[in-house]
Design a protein. Structure first.
Length: 73
């Protein structure tokens, strides 16, 4: 099971970012320069612990992610 999809929901990652992760993100990671650009943008806000969609990056939306207990339980 993909952590970012299933446990992403449990952890409070917004649906828009999950959709971004399962959709366009897969093509972003193919291109090195886009990847670099992406991370520079994603990390311009503090404490980002997940892959954000472009809308959330633009709006500086950072959710407080809580640890889901699927793994430990
Ligand atoms: Zn979970
Ligand atoms: Zn988002």
């Amino acid at each position: 099971m993909n952590y970012h999809i299933e446990c992403g929901r449990h952890s409070g990652i917004p649906e828009c970012c999950i959709n971004w992760f399962i959709g366009p993100w897969s093509s972003v990671r193919i291109f090195g320069w886009v990847w670099t650009l992406y991370w520079r943008e994603n990390n311009k806000d503090v404490d980002v612990k997940y892959i954000r969609c472009l809308e959330c990056i633009k709006g500086s939306v950072v959710m407080d992610i809580k640890e889901c207990d699927c793994e430990s339980g």
